[in-house]
Design a protein. Sequence first.
Length: 94
Amino acid sequence: MDSPVNLVAAFMLVLARVSGFFAVLPVLSSRTVPLQLRVGLALLVSLILASVVPPAPGIAGADWVLLAILLVREILVGLGLGLAVALVFAAVRQ
């Protein structure tokens, strides 16, 4: 069984990726969608995904600097995925 610190770190990494993804997703990034809805949806999806995806083994003994680097990496990956989806939406719209 994983320690609570590892579970929280894994949840934070999933939340960082999902938040980055939702930040640029064309459907959710419009101003008509309330911020509370976007944040709540990101938290809900992250909670579901964090319970399904096992924590990465590298998190077990990581220090705070490594966790910060991992968080930035996950945010950038989420932004990249969201931008890829935005490009597909833009291509379909044209």
